[in-house]
Ligand binder design. Structure first.
Ligand code: MG
Length: 361
């Protein structure tokens, strides 16, 4: 067998601006597993720096190379792999990269598309869009265009001190179209008044206003404001969801398989959340066509009820590393029907954007 890590740098069409900075390319770690005539792929959701979470590409690579690769030798089922790597504390993004590689591999062994292999499916994913910060005219333009393109929900990034200006501007551009905001942890409970001021805009939810690993303060904020709270960064496991439900910290959950150690945990989180009446959707980390295919497969699960941040590839990249990018129709994307994630890798393109490749096994 072969296990290869490709370090990729794929330019973004336009810089993506959030409360923690601007990004003009996707620095991805793409993994390839070749075994018994099957080739599987996956992607770590880490990036160059520890800004979204404590993990980055270098920590993920280190953890994978030093501790996780060893457990891949007999290509175990994903659940078995997770049990074996419990001795590594945290580093869920590193674990997810290999866990998802195993989902693609085993779905391909069965000859089944991943979105069917994972259980009950809706057969398609509802698509929303995540729009980074830009000047007011540009944000009016981009959000109005998203409505025209048929997206089912628009999310805009906000930051402290700019929140009402951004929301007011966008709300006046798109009328009563479903709108949410993502603060990426930029606020504290001391900003309650500023966040309360957003109540009048009728947002479908406010995503992760407070600290990246907080539950308790979000529960307090949820008591103070009318806008529903969605947790993203804070949700790293089904156990965190259980605590968030008990504390009444949120009514919406953003699931990113690459953040929660992969599909096993994502499916458990989605089921637990839906069983308790919470809304669920699948987020994104500017993934290339590889990671994007996993997100679309998950977003098609029957346990996902709300539109996700799973735009077609062309929103982010001029030319992706896959030959068969997703197309959005009437606000939906249908997952690939080939075995596993179903994407066909564009080898020439991959080679061109690869900085280096390392054989791990
Ligand atoms: Mg978010």
């Amino acid at each position: 067998m072969e296990l290869i890590a490709h370090r990729v740098s794929l330019p973004l069409k336009t810089p993506f601006v959030t409360s923690f900075g601007a990004q003009d390319h996707r620095a991805a770690l793409v993994f390839e597993l070749i075994h018994n005539g099957i080739t599987a792929f996956s992607e770590a959701v880490t990036d160059e720096g520890p800004f979204y979470s404590y993990e980055d590409n270098n920590t993920a690579f280190h953890i994978i190379e030093a501790y996780l690769t060893e457990q891949m030798k007999d290509v175990p089922k994903p659940v078995e792999f997770l049990n074996r790597v419990k001795f590594v504390k945290g580093h869920l993004m590193a674990k997810a990269a290999l866990e998802m590689l195993l989902w693609d591999y085993h779905a391909k062994v069965e000859g089944t598309p991943l979105y069917r292999y994972i259980g009950k499916t809706n057969g398609k994913a509802q698509i929303g869009i995540s729009i980074g910060m830009a000047d007011p005219d540009e944000m009016r333009k981009q959000t109005s265009k998203a409505v025209e393109l048929g997206y089912k929900r628009i999310k805009v990034k906000i930051k402290k001190g700019k929140e009402e200006e951004i929301v007011g501007n966008v709300r006046s551009a798109i009328g009563d179209f479903p709108l949410s905001v993502d603060a990426n942890t930029d606020f504290t409970l001391e900003d309650t008044e500023a966040l309360m001021a957003l109540d009048k805009y009728g947002l479908v939810y406010m995503e992760q206003p407070l600290d990246h690993d907080d539950i308790i303060d979000h529960a307090e904020l949820a008591r103070r404001i009318r806008t529903p709270i969605c947790l993203d960064e804070s949700i790293v496991s089904r156990d965190r969801v259980r605590k968030a439900i008990e504390a009444k910290a949120c009514t919406v959950i953003n699931i990113k398989p690459g953040r929660v150690s992969g599909f096993t945990e994502s499916l458990a989180i989605a089921k637990l959340a839906r069983d308790h009446g919470l809304h669920t959707w699948v987020g994104g980390m500017l993934e290339t066509g590889v990671g994007r295919a996993f997100n679309i497969a998950l977003a098609s699960s029957a346990y996902i009820d709300s539109p996700g941040d799973t735009s077609p590839n062309e929103k982010y990249f001029e030319k992706d590393i896959v030959k068969n990018p997703f197309i959005m129709e009437d606000g939906f994307i249908t997952p690939m029907d080939g075995p596993g994630i179903g994407v066909e890798i564009d080898r020439d393109r991959l080679k061109k954007v690869t900085l280096d490749r390392v054989r791990l096994l």
